[in-house]
Ligand binder design. Structure first.
Ligand SMILES: Cc1cn([C@H]2C[C@H](O)[C@@H](COP(=O)(O)OP(=O)(O)O[C@H]3O[C@@H](C)C(=O)[C@@H](O)[C@H]3O)O2)c(=O)[nH]c1=O
Length: 184
């Protein structure tokens, strides 16, 4: 495993060491000792999630507020996404900055999205399977989110000509100014 970059404060793009042979490949998708050594971040993950989406599904930008905040280690096991992390920690030097990266089943890349960030992705292929570890449990009462196309944040989604599919909930998320009173 190596760190490719830290594009936003405490947010890391990681690439595992892949061992290929005549059977296929093997890699460690998570190792707590290595993860902590490389990132300096706590790795006490308590929940694993998986979703499957057709091409053009946009999920996000999601977060949980206050004590329910979640750090996530995200990756793709089939297909491809363009993944986005937004720093929504008012005290951070990278507050309101976003980072987008392609995560695919082929590049095996992972993004560590710390607590206090918003997270989302758009799928670039049909049958994309997205999986992630969370360091805090799901709490429906604490779910909040930023509208994916909020002009003040200005995420440049690679969705031109794509028929975007949003959940009903994601179609009515907040603007950054509406969200700000909920951030700490
Ligand atoms: C996230 C989540 C959802 N659910 C349920 C609630 C709902 O009925 C159903 C689908 O939930 P959602 O529509 O919120 O799923 P989804 O839009 O895929 O939500 C996810 O989006 C990405 C971008 C993230 O970063 C995740 O943390 C999570 O918020 O699954 C759980 O039971 N546990 C969970 O941890």
């Amino acid at each position: 495993m190596k760190v490719l970059s830290e594009p936003l404060k405490d947010c890391f793009l990681l690439e595992p060491t892949v061992f290929g042979d005549h059977r296929g490949y093997f890699f460690e998708s998570f190792n707590d000792v290595l993860f902590e050594q490389l990132t300096g971040q706590n790795s006490h993950f308590v929940q694993d999630n998986q979703s499957k989406s057709s091409r053009g599904v946009l999920r996000g930008i999601h977060m949980q507020k206050g004590g329910a905040a979640q750090a996530k280690l995200v990756r793709v096991v089939a297909g491809a996404v363009w993944d986005v992390a937004v720093d929504l920690r008012p005290s951070s030097p990278t507050y309101k900055q976003w980072f987008g990266v392609e995560l695919t089943a082929e590049n095996h890349r992972m993004l560590y999205v710390p607590r206090g960030f918003g997270h989302g992705f758009v799928t670039l292929e049909d049958d994309t399977i997205f999986t992630y570890k969370c360091d805090n449990h799901y709490s429906v009462a604490d779910e909040i989110g930023l509208m994916y196309n909020d002009a003040a944040i200005g995420i440049q989604w690679p969705i031109e000509g794509m028929d975007i599919k949003l959940s009903e909930k994601d179609g009515r998320l907040m603007s950054i100014s509406e969200l700000e009173p909920h951030l700490k």
